[in-house]
Design a protein around this ligand. Structure first.
Ligand code: SAT
Ligand code: MN
Length: 599
C-alpha cells in the first residue's frame, strides 16, 4: 500500500513502462497516488486474463456460475440492492459555464466537481486491485471510432467492458498512435447511495464515477463516454452521437436500407434491432439485420449521406420480457458466454426472468433469497444480460465496416398511451428536429425514480446529452446545409393503448410493417396523407393483412386528434421556451407554424 503498488502487465515480461504514451502513464500514476490500490493491472483483453478475473470473482462471490450444460460459460452477478439502475439525480455535467450544460443537466463547476469526487476517491482502492482498461468505441480501424481508458477497481466492470467494447491491446495501440483518449475513473467505493456521483467534465474529456457498480453508472464506455462525452465531441467535430439502435432491412428486391431509431431506455430498442419478420414477410424474402441496439455515431460521408457506426461490441439488454416469442435472436445470443445481472435462478442454476416463458420456474430471486412472488419479482425489472454482439444470429457483418452504413431513415419514438399515432413522417429536416425535440415518453425502470410518468425526452437523450439541449438542437439543424443528403425523419408509437388499457398494436415482428412503409416513403412509393403534425399513412399504404385490428385500434393508430394535438403543441411550446434565448429561432418558428395550423 501507500505508493508501493505492484504493477502487472504481462507477469512474465520484465519491462517497466506499461505504455509508450507518457500522458497515459502519468495519469495512471496520478490516479494510483490518489486511490492507493494494492496492485495495478493493465488489461490486455486476453482470454487468460478474463479467466483469471472470473476465477477471482467466483472465489469471492462477485459472480455465481450458472448451469454449465444449459448455459455454458455464463455467470450471474447480484448487485447491491440499492444499486440497480442509472441515477440521473446523481449525474452531473461540469462545464465552466453553467449554461453550456443547460437546464437538461445537473451542473457543478468543474473545480467543485473534482473536489467533491476526489475526496471520495482518496484512498478508496486500498486493499484492492486497480484495473487499467484501454478500449475503443467502434471498429478498431474506423476513423469514426474514439478511444478511452477506464480505470476501475471492479473486476465485474472489466469483464463487462471486455464484451461491450473493443478492449485491450489493440485499443491501447490505437491510443498510443493517436495520443489522445477519454479518461474515465471509476470506483465502486462503498456502494453507498449517499456517496455516489457520476461526474462528467466534457471540456477535459474526463469522467469520474464513484459509488455504483451498475450498468451505465460503471461501464463508462457506454452512456458516460459514448453519449455524454461523445455528444460534446461530436458537436465540436461535426458529427452526431445518439441514443439509437441501427438495423438493416433487406427487401425482396435485394436492396438494403439502414434505419437509426431513438427510444428511451427499456422501450424496446433491443427488440426492434433484432426484429424477426412475420411469417408472410419471411416467405416473401424480407430480412432484418442488426448493427447496434443502443448507440449510434453518425457523420456525413463524401456523398452527403449520414454514415453510422455502432460504437459498442455487445448488448447490455433488459432481461424481463425477453422470450422466444418477443426476441428469439436475443434469446439465442445469451445461451452461452453471457453475464447476467440481477435475474432470478432456477433450482438447477439456470437464469430466469418474468416473461422468459420457457416452462421453468425460479427458485431464487435477484437478491439471492428464496423466490416469493408476494415479496418481489424473481428478476429485477432492470435486470440485464451482457453478451457479445457476434453471438446474435442477426448481427450484420456491416457492423464491422469501418466506413459505417448509410442511413435512410431516422426514427423517434416513446411510450405514449394516448394521443400519438402509430407512425408519422416529418415534412423536412427542420420539422424532423422538432419532432425529435418534442419527444415525450413514460419513464421506465432503467433509471431510479417513478415509473410511468410522462416527461419530455428529446431524441431519447434527456439522460445522456452532455451539453445544453438548445445547442444540441441547433447542432442537429446545422446538418441541413444544402450539401448533405439527409435521411427522412419519422415518429412511431408502439405503445398506444385502447380504452381498456391494452396495447392496440401487436408490436415486435409486426413493426416491420411500419418500417416497410418508411422505406416506401424513402423510395417515393408509399402514399401519405398530409396533416399539421406530418404525413400519416394513407389508407391501404401500410400493410395490415393478417392483423385483427378493430375499429378503435384503426382510429387511434392512424387517426389524428386535432384537439389533443393543440394541447400537446402548447406544451411543446412551453418546453422550448424553458430553454430561453438559446433555443434556435428556427425550431420555435416551426412549433409556431404547426400550432397555428392546429388552431
Ligand atoms: O444502465 S444503462 O444506462 O447502461 C442501460 C440504459 O439505461 O439504457
Ligand atoms: Mn440505452
Amino acid at each position: 500500500m501507500n505508493g508501493t503498488a505492484t504493477v502487472s502487465k504481462d507477469p512474465s515480461a520484465g519491462d517497466t513502462a506499461n505504455t509508450s504514451l507518457p500522458s497515459l502513464e502519468a495519469w495512471v500514476a496520478e490516479v494510483a497516488a490518489l486511490t492507493r490500490p494494492d496492485r495495478i493491472h493493465w488489461c490486455d483483453g486476453s482470454d487468460a486474463e478474463n479467466e483469471a478475473l472470473l476465477a477471482g470473482m467466483l472465489a469471492d462471490g462477485t459472480m455465481v456460475k450458472l448451469n454449465e450444460q444449459a448455459y455454458p460459460n455464463s455467470y450471474l452477478h447480484r448487485s447491491d440492492p440499492d444499486d440497480v439502475a442509472r441515477v440521473e439525480h446523481l449525474t452531473f455535467v461540469c462545464t465552466s459555464d453553467r449554461d453550456d450544460a443547460g437546464p437538461n443537466n445537473h451542473w457543478m463547476a468543474p473545480a467543485d466537481g473534482h473536489a467533491k469526487v476526489d475526496a471520495l476517491f482518496d484512498g478508496c482502492m486500498q486493499g484492492r486491485t486497480m484495473y487499467v482498461v484501454p478500449y475503443c468505441m467502434g471498429p478498431i480501424d474506423s476513423p469514426l471510432s474514439r478511444c478511452g481508458v477506464e480505470i476501475t477497481d471492479s473486476p465485474y466492470v472489466v469483464a463487462n467492458m471486455r464484451i461491450m467494447t473493443r478492449m485491450g491491446a489493440p485499443a491501447l495501440a490505437r491510443i498510443e498512435r493517436e495520443g489522445s483518449f477519454v479518461k474515465g475513473l471509476h470506483s465502486i467505493g462503498e456502494l453507498d447511495p449517499e456517496r455516489r456521483f457520476i461526474m462528467h467534465f466534457p471540456e477535459e474529456l474526463t469522467i469520474k464515477s464513484y459509488g455504483s457498480g451498475y450498468g451505465g453508472n460503471a461501464l463508462l464506455g457506454k452512456k458516460c463516454h459514448a453519449l455524454r462525452i461523445a455528444s460534446h465531441q461530436a458537436r465540436n467535430e461535426g458529427w452526431l452521437a445518439e441514443h439509437m439502435l441501427i438495423l438493416g432491412i433487406t427487401s425482396p428486391k435485394g436492396d438494403t436500407h439502414y434505419i437509426a431509431a431513438a427510444f428511451p431506455s427499456a422501450c424496446g430498442k433491443t427488440n426492434l434491432a433484432m426484429l424477426i419478420p412475420p411469417e408472410g414477410y419471411l416467405k416473401d424474402g424480407w430480412k432484418v439485420s442488426t448493427i447496434g441496439d443502443d448507440i449510434c455515431w453518425m457523420r456525413p460521408g463524401a456523398d452527403g449521406r449520414l454514415y453510422a457506426i455502432n460504437p459498442e461490441s455487445g448488448f447490455f439488454g433488459v432481461a424481463p420480457g425477453t422470450s422466444k416469442k418477443s426476441n428469439a435472436n436475443a434469446l439465442a445470443s445469451l445461451q452461452r458466454d453471457a453475464i447476467f445481472t440481477n435475474v432470478g435462478v432456477t433450482a438447477d442454476g439456470q437464469p430466469w426472468w418474468e416473461g422468459i416463458d420457457n416452462g421453468q420456474v425460479p427458485a431464487t430471486d435477484w437478491r439471492g433469497e428464496p423466490y416469493d412472488p408476494a415479496k418481489r419479482p424473481a428478476a429485477h425489472p432492470n435486470s440485464r444480460f451482457t453478451v457479445s454482439a457476434r453471438a446474435c444470429p442477426s448481427y450484420s457483418p456491416e457492423a464491422e465496416n469501418p466506413a459505417g452504413v448509410p442511413i435512410s431513415a431516422i426514427v423517434f419514438g416513446g411510450r405514449r398511451a394516448s394521443l400519438v399515432p402509430l407512425v408519422f413522417e416529418a415534412r423536412d429536416w427542420t420539422h424532423g428536429v422538432l419532432v425529435g425535440a418534442a419527444m415525450g415518453s413514460e419513464t421506465t425502470a432503467a433509471a431510479t425514480g417513478a415509473v410511468g410518468v410522462m416527461r419530455r425526452d428529446p431524441m431519447a437523450m434527456k439522460p445522456f446529452c452532455g451539453y445544453n439541449f438548445a445547442d444540441y438542437f441547433a447542432h442537429w439543424l446545422s446538418f441541413d446545409n444544402g450539401r448533405n443528403k439527409l435521411p427522412k425523419v419519422f415518429h412511431v408509437n408502439w405503445f398506444r393503448k385502447g380504452d381498456d388499457g391494452k396495447f392496440l398494436w401487436p408490436g415486435f415482428g409486426d413493426n416491420l410493417r411500419v418500417l416497410e412503409w418508411m422505406i416506401g416513403r424513402a423510395e417515393g412509393t408509399a402514399a401519405a396523407v398530409e396533416t399539421p403534425i406530418g404525413h400519416l399513412p394513407a389508407e391501404g399504404s401500410l400493410a395490415l393483412d393478417g392483423l385483427e385490428l378493430g375499429e378503435e385500434a384503426r382510429d387511434k393508430l392512424f387517426g389524428f386528434d386535432r384537439e389533443g394535438w393543440r394541447a400537446e403543441f402548447d406544451s411543446i411550446g412551453e418546453y422550448l421556451d424553458s430553454y430561453g434565448e438559446r433555443m434556435p429561432q428556427a425550431l420555435k418558428d416551426e412549433q409556431q407554424r404547426i400550432a397555428s395550423a392546429l388552431a
